[in-house]
Design a protein around this ligand. Structure first.
Ligand code: F3S
Length: 278
């Protein structure tokens, strides 16, 4: 069986940057998981003694605290500074952008609409920058707009970085139909799309597709859903231990892609294990 890697896959700029920061600050700890990849977090712990705070109350004066790529809510950041911790911000600049847009537009009297997943740490962080929390609304579908009452007659909208542009366009279209002033900010990150386009192309030509990444990573899940549209035998795995030899029976070409938080060493281990099935 032949193995073919997608023309774009794996770590994006923001994740590479965050890992480099964590490696530079040995013996520190991150506020929440630095990235959505447990194996890489374990490596940072083992090789660089980078720990993890689950609660603000765990932080002590003079601790070095790294803010994760998805960012944290504004008040958490403020409280960290009050604790006199040394704060190192590894928030991806593409996540800082919607935070700043929400801050600015809500201070100018705009109602805020976020296209994203309300439970995602990135969205919680972006939401926290709204001045009037009762006028920051989060939706996943255009139909959700019917449940919203905006306080103002001007609306600013941003999207979670990993969302699909097509769905964002649907939401924006629906918004414009009912509102006089809509400011649209395209905060969707292209790194995700480069990986998605490459996965889409590759999944059209292979018999089996392996998507490697964290099962709680939204961009990995999206890669998997794109692949499954073209290749029903598409599997999402976190590492080589989850591979099942039976998936590969009678398959000639295996495609591989990986989410934006998946390190090369994990991808290599998966490739090696698949090769060993031959
Ligand atoms: Fe940043 Fe885009 Fe990666 S938002 S963390 S560069 S997927």
């Amino acid at each position: 069986m032949e193995i073919k890697l997608a023309s774009n896959y794996g770590f994006c700029f923001g994740v590479k940057r965050a890992i480099k920061i964590a490696e530079d600050y040995k013996n520190s700890a991150t506020m929440g998981p630095l990235i959505h990849n447990q194996d890489e977090i374990n490596r940072l712990k083992n090789d660089f003694n980078v720990g993890l705070y689950t609660n603000l109350s765990d932080v002590k004066e003079n601790d070095t605290v790294i803010i994760r790529t998805h960012g944290i809510p504004k008040n958490d950041l403020k409280n960290l500074r009050k604790l006199n911790a040394k704060v190192i911000n590894a928030t991806c600049p593409f996540v800082t952008t919607p935070q700043q847009i929400v801050k600015k537009m809500s201070s100018e009297g705009y109602s805020i609409l976020i296209f994203g997943d309300a439970d995602h740490p990135e969205v919680k962080g972006v939401q926290s920058y709204g001045e009037d929390q009762d006028d920051v609304h989060i939706i996943l579908e255009p139909s959700d707009l019917e449940k919203i009452t905006f306080k103002n007659n001007k609306i600013a909208t941003v999207a979670q970085t990993t969302k699909k542009k097509e769905k964002y366009l649907e939401i924006v279209n629906a918004l414009i139909l009912k509102n006089k002033e809509v400011r649209v900010f395209n905060t969707i990150c292209d790194a995700t799309f480069e990986n998605q386009d490459a996965a889409r192309e590759l999944s059209k030509e292979v018999d089996i597709m392996i998507v490697i990444g964290g099962k709680n990573s939204s961009n990995t899940k999206q890669l998997h859903s794109i692949c499954i549209e073209n290749c029903p035998d598409s599997y999402l795995i976190e590492n080589e231990n989850e591979l099942d030899i039976n998936w590969f029976l009678n398959k000639k070409l295996c495609g591989i892609t990986a989410g934006a938080s998946t390190p090369d060493w994990i991808i290599q281990q998966v490739v090696n294990k698949i090769k060993s099935f031959n």
